[in-house]
Write a protein of this length. Structure first.
Length: 148
């Protein structure tokens, strides 16, 4: 196996996943890009959150998160208000149209999860998650990639 094959396989899987979801989310008229569907799903699951918590939960950096929330606010799917607990924080919550969109997003994510799981045994799922976490940790340690 060539060294780059693993990286390319991960990239192809992610591209295909996005392509599949993009088609459906466009039909549902849900804003795309920068994790908006993931944010909707998270808010449905956890309820209103401040932006920092939301970004951490979804794995989205603060600057990208701010732009993503802006797009969802413009689409009327979420509101952004001052967090009463932390005056410097903004709280993000679903609107009623946002709740409906989040339910559709969640349903689509659940279908994709089921399709993935149908291809693997429970043991393979566990092993695959472990492998993916180890690869993620490798990327989060820049010294390992720079050769230093």
């Amino acid at each position: 196996m060539e060294p780059r094959e693993l990286r390319l396989a991960v990239s192809r899987l992610e591209n295909e996943r996005r392509r599949s979801l993009r088609k459906e989310f466009l039909q549902l008229d849900i804003p795309l890009g920068q994790g908006q569907p993931r944010l909707l799903e998270c808010l449905l699951r956890t309820g209103a959150r401040n932006q920092r918590e939301l970004g951490e939960e979804c794995g989205i950096d603060p600057s990208t998160l701010s732009r993503s929330v802006d797009r969802l606010v413009e689409a009327g799917l979420v509101t952004r208000t001052q967090d009463p607990v932390c005056r410097r924080c903004q709280k993000v919550a679903l609107t009623e149209p946002g709740r409906r969109a989040a339910e559709r997003v969640t349903s689509r994510f659940e279908k994709m999860d089921a399709a993935f799981r149908a291809q693997l045994t429970e043991e393979e799922c566990s092993q695959f998650l472990d492998i993916l976490e180890r690869l993620r940790q490798t990327l989060s340690e820049p010294a390992d990639l720079s050769g230093e």
